[in-house]
Design a protein around this ligand. Structure first.
Ligand code: SAH
Ligand code: SF4
Length: 347
């Protein structure tokens, strides 16, 4: 098995190859800062070292299978990557005036099976390695895509990051490396469906990386229908874990709330959310549902989304209502891959 260099930090590269620490840094910089994966183009390495790299290492496992650009939401791009075993994952890049937000995947599929989610419906295949997570960023955070904009990274693509905890944490450290992309911790957000043990573990990490919890319903009956994992970790347990997190880190969390027409968009839903978010001083991120063919959910009309946000704000809960971005390119997680699978089945 070849050593996958994108799994490793500069010190580890040096140790694994038994080379000097500065050489480990050189290799890491070629890959992470210059995004050069071809050893022959790493011109400041000796010929000997390049030959060794060819023999024992691989850099750049992902292949771009397709890239779609939204004609409506200018600047939104969606990439489908093919992994070395033929599996596929997707990443979304959203470009705004002064920043770009990159949405990364952590697993091929997802075993949590939320009722509204395309990734959940495609089932679970495997975890991604740290390098496979980082490479999504290396391919998409190019000078051309970024320009003068500040990069932000959200772990909101395919998969549940806390079911692939170690690789997720390792990938974050690689993305933060000053010899690499050097992304600031506060510019990185991990989103979990509510894996309680992961939240507790995350509270012990020594950094300022942000945490989002996908809530979608603030009573157990409704939440369990949408998110089967809520039966194992009901809201009271989730709340305890978030309290532990807040006590240890003193950092505000965000609740993600995907607005589903007639499901979680009533004033009663808002009231329940206000009580929970208020007690945990959480920010709320409202996302109108991005329809997935065949799952039977739709987003509420815009005025109901706005009324929901206004109700939260009137109760002093800080809330952001996201614009729908990139619906036309299936930009919700798991959708592009699902479309590809459907096409493959009909061919
Ligand atoms: N597994 C993690 C992270 C990936 S999903 C989690 O569930 O938090 C990232 C976010 O996208 C979650 O809040 C999820 O509920 C939401 N989501 C999934 N499918 C969606 C869709 N079709 N439209 C809008 N949001 C969706
Ligand atoms: Fe998995 Fe998140 Fe989709 Fe739920 S919403 S199935 S946890 S990826």
């Amino acid at each position: 098995m070849k050593i996958l260099l994108t799994d490793l930090n500069p010190t580890e590269i040096a140790e694994r190859l038994n080379i000097k620490p500065f050489q480990g840094k050189q290799i890491f910089r070629w890959i992470h800062q210059k995004k050069i994966f071809d050893f022959d183009r790493m011109t400041d390495l000796s010929k000997d070292l390049r030959t060794r790299l060819h023999e024992s290492c691989a850099a750049g496992q992902l292949q771009l299978a397709s890239m779609s650009t939204s004609p409506r939401a200018t600047g939104t791009k969606k990439a489908l990557f093919k992994l070395s075993d033929g599996e596929t994952v997707e990443s979304v890049l959203i470009r705004e005036k002064d920043r770009v937000t990159l949405c990364l995947s952590t697993q091929v599929g997802c075993a949590v099976k939320c009722s509204f989610c395309a990734t959940g419906h495609s089932g679970y295949t495997r975890n991604l390695t740290p390098g496979e997570i980082v490479e999504q960023a290396l391919y998409l955070l190019t000078d051309e895509n970024m320009g003068e904009r500040t990069p932000n990274i959200v772990y909101m693509g395919m998969g549940e990051p806390f079911r692939n905890y170690d690789a997720t944490v390792r990938s974050i450290r690689l993305l933060m490396s000053p010899d690499g992309l050097g992304i600031g911790a506060r510019r990185i957000t991990v989103s979990t469906v509510g894996e309680v043990r992961g939240i507790e573990q995350f509270a012990n990490e020594d950094w300022q990386v942000r945490l989002s919890v996908s809530l979608h319903a603030a009573n157990d009956e409704k939440r369990s229908e949408l998110i089967p994992l809520n039966r194992k970790y009901p809201i009271a347990k989730l709340k305890d874990a978030i309290r532990t997190y807040l006590d240890k880190t003193n950092r505000q969390i965000t609740f993600e709330w995907t607005l589903l027409d007639g499901v979680n968009d009533s004033m009663q839903d808002a009231k329940e959310l206000i009580a929970l978010a208020g007690s945990l001083k959480a920010h709320v991120n409202l996302i109108p549902y991005n329809p997935v063919h065949g799952l039977g959910y739709t987003p509420p009309p815009r005025d109901r989304c706005e009324a929901f946000r206004d109700a939260l704000e009137q109760a002093n809960i800080s809330a952001t209502l996201r614009k729908e971005k990139g619906q036309d390119i299936d930009a919700a997680c798991g959708q592009l891959r699902r479309r590809h699978a459907e096409l493959a089945n009909t061919n």
